[in-house]
Every structure is written in structure tokens, then in C-alpha cells.
Design a protein around this ligand. Structure first.
Ligand code: ADP
Length: 190
């Protein structure tokens, strides 16, 4: 089973690239952000997730880890999984390692999309016009998401670096150029 963590700050292009990767390699794509947005907004869990995500804060680890595990469990025959937006804290990364090791598998690689902050802000502001996402619409919330990334999520790259699994990908360029960079980085896994 090929487990790929697609990593990067908000607006780095994880969702866009995941869609391409999933088709090329026949993988299951799990985006925790998408899963949270798809929850019934009237349910307890939906209200809880929204109370964090609308402000650009992380949903608590305990909830997020349970949701991720239940998504993975829905696909017992998957050839592999792209984890998009997870793990976002070191505790989540540890939980994923443990969960996968119980299944006799592990993370093969973390692909980290590297994009400068001013470019991220431009992309998120322009995405706000079509995404309808509350967390894209407000510059202060965007800044909070970037700060949360720098403080809580960036250390996750060190976690995988220490395991020799981190591959950085230049995330600036056309969508096709970045896809090609990712395909090259993944060549050794096929
Ligand atoms: P982006 O990467 O564009 O910020 P996502 O769609 O991945 O957006 O996530 C949207 C929101 O969902 C996050 O700001 C956060 O509140 C919540 N979220 C998504 N994934 C996680 C996670 N792994 N841990 C905690 N919260 C998460």
C-alpha cells in the first residue's frame, strides 16, 4: 500500500495536485478539510468542526484523528492513499504512524509543496471569489491559518525529515509544471 502525505501551507495547491495524482496512480484521496466541510452543519460534530475551521484554527487532534481513521477504514482495498491536510500536528503524525503500523504498512513519503507566503495570500484571496469558504474571505483569518501552519504544522515536516521521508517540491509555477515535479519525485515508488 502506497501512503503519500501531501503537505504544504494553505493555498499551496494540495487539493489540485491530489486530484491529478489520485487518477494517475489509482489512489484514494482523503482531505480532512473536505471531510470537515462535508459534515452536516446541524450535527454536533459539524458544528464543532465549523467553530474551529471558520476561524482558521485547527480542529482538536482527538476529533481529527478519529475522523481520519474512519475515512481510511472505508477503503480496505485501496492500493494507496493520499493524505491531504493530515497530519497537521506532530501528535497527528504519531497517531498515523501507529495506525498504519497496526495495518502492517507505513507512510512512504511526504511531498511538501513549498510556496512563499505572499503568493499563498494572493491565491487564497483569489480562491475566495469561487470557493464560498468563510476562511478564504477574510485577510485576518487567512493570516491566522498561515500562522497556525508556521507554528503547529511546519514541525510535521521535521518529523518526516528525521525518518528520511521528506521530499520538498517547488510549488510555484503552472499546475502542469508542479504535477510533473511530483511525478518525478514519485518515480522511485513505481
Ligand atoms: P487549507 O489547507 O486551504 O487551509 P483545508 O481544506 O485543508 O484548508 O482545511 C480547512 C480547515 O479544516 C483548517 O483550517 C482546519 O480548521 C480544519 N482542518 C483540516 N485538516 C485538519 C487537521 N488535520 N487537523 C486539524 N484541523 C484540520
Amino acid at each position: 500500500m502506497l501512503n503519500i502525505v501531501l503537505f504544504g501551507p494553505p493555498g499551496a495547491g494540495k487539493g489540485t495536485q491530489s486530484t491529478r495524482l489520485k487518477e494517475k496512480y489509482d489512489l484514494v484521496h482523503i482531505s480532512t478539510g473536505d471531510v470537515f466541510r462535508a459534515l452536516d452543519p446541524e450535527s454536533e460534530l459539524g458544528k464543532l468542526a465549523k467553530s474551529y475551521s471558520d476561524k482558521g484554527n485547527l480542529v482538536p487532534d482527538e476529533v481529527t484523528i478519529k475522523i481520519l481513521e474512519s475515512e481510511v477504514t472505508k477503503h480496505p482495498d485501496a492500493k494507496g492513499v493520499i493524505y491531504d491536510g493530515f497530519p497537521r500536528t506532530t501528535a497527528q503524525a504519531e497517531a498515523l504512524d501507529e495506525f498504519l503500523s497496526e495495518k502492517g504498512t507505513s507512510v512512504a513519503v511526504m511531498l511538501s509543496l513549498v510556496v512563499p507566503e505572499d503568493e499563498l495570500k494572493r491565491r487564497l484571496i483569489s480562491r475566495a471569489q469561487t470557493s464560498g469558504r468563510k476562511d478564504d474571505a477574510d485577510p485576518q483569518i487567512i493570516q491566522n491559518r498561515i500562522d497556525t501552519y508556521n507554528n503547529s504544522t511546519a514541525p510535521v515536516a521535521d518529523y518526516y525529515r528525521a525518518q528520511g521521508k521528506l521530499k520538498e517540491i517547488d510549488g510555484v509555477g503552472t499546475i502542469d509544471e508542479i504535477t510533473e515535479r511530483i511525478y518525478s519525485a514519485l518515480e522511485v515508488y513505481h
